[in-house]
Design a protein around this ligand. Structure first.
Ligand code: THU
Length: 270
């Protein structure tokens, strides 16, 4: 269901005033959220869709989740304190508040953990990850050192970033029976999927001799889980990148409607 929220930036003086007026707390804060729907405890927008539907706004053709107010003063201060960019801090505060608007809270430790994981996932999906491209390339180069390639002598390493923030590395593993060989990308992907990861945002691929774009089989394998994957290739100091749809146009995958799993088993969709 399409949803919308109203986001406003202000300063410490004004957010303090709003905090005092609406919550009886006379101090400035980083972010305030005012949900439109009153979800019962343990219910969220996802588990109480009827409540959400009442907030349908015909003009914007979306359910209005509520209002978010961010103090730019606080965001700037916190970005410096945490040593990350203002962009990341604002994205984090927005995502955090969005989850509040959808009925999540972090009073109990276990709820806090759930919320943290979802926040990280949302930020990763938006491409605002803690893990930057340099780190992914570095990890891919490290993985390349483990390449087992006595036949081609073409060493490749890959590093895949999952939407939940985990990273998985892999190298190419060849075989005396050539066809059995596995590329670095699929090694990383299969490691990841076998450890529960199902969504990915970026893969970095490092090769020693030339830049190595993923082979056709790897493109298809990656398309299964990450049809919009960002693909970075690196060789020495050289780097290039593309999106998977550019590398695998007119692809065939789960979106063709043959996948039973999609949207049915949320427990697997971590
Ligand atoms: N290879 C990869 O691991 N990834 C690529 O993107 C291209 C090729 C491996 C497969 C084989 O072990 C060697 O490189 C030569 O083809």
């Amino acid at each position: 269901m399409p949803c919308a929220a109203c986001l406003r930036f202000t300063d410490d003086a004004e957010i303090r005033k709003i905090n005092r007026e609406y919550r009886g707390i006379d101090r400035a804060t980083d972010v305030l959220s005012f949900p439109s729907a009153a979800f019962c405890p343990s219910r969220t927008a996802g588990t109480a869709p009827q409540l959400l539907r009442r907030e349908w706004d015909a003009e914007i053709k979306a359910c209005m989740l509520g209002d978010i107010i961010i103090s730019a003063d606080h965001a700037r201060m916190q970005a410096e304190e945490y040593g990350h960019s203002l962009k990341r801090e604002i994205a984090y505060l927005t995502v955090h508040a969005m989850f509040h608007l959808m009925g999540y809270d972090h009073i109990r430790e276990e709820d806090r953990e759930v919320m943290r994981k979802m926040e990280e996932k949302a930020l990763n999906k938006a491409g605002i990850s803690r893990v930057d491209d340099d780190l992914l390339v570095e990890k891919a180069k490290e993985a390349m050192q483990f390449s087992y390639s006595p036949y081609s002598h073409f060493r490749v390493g890959a590093c895949l970033l999952a939407a939940d923030g985990r990273i998985f590395t892999g190298c190419n593993i060849e075989n005396a029976s050539y066809g059995v060989s596995n590329c670095a990308e699929r090694t990383a992907l299969f490691k990841a999927v076998s450890e529960g990861a199902r969504e990915f945002t970026v893969i970095a691929i490092a090769a020693e001799k030339t830049m190595a774009w993923p082979c056709g089989i790897c493109r298809q394998a990656l398309n299964e889980f990450a049809p919009d994957l960002r693909v970075i290739v690196a060789c020495g100091d050289e780097r290039d990148e593309a999106r998977l749809p550019e590398l695998l146009p007119h692809s065939f995958g789960p979106s063709n409607g043959i996948c039973e799993y999609l949207g049915k088993d949320e427990t697997n969709d971590k």
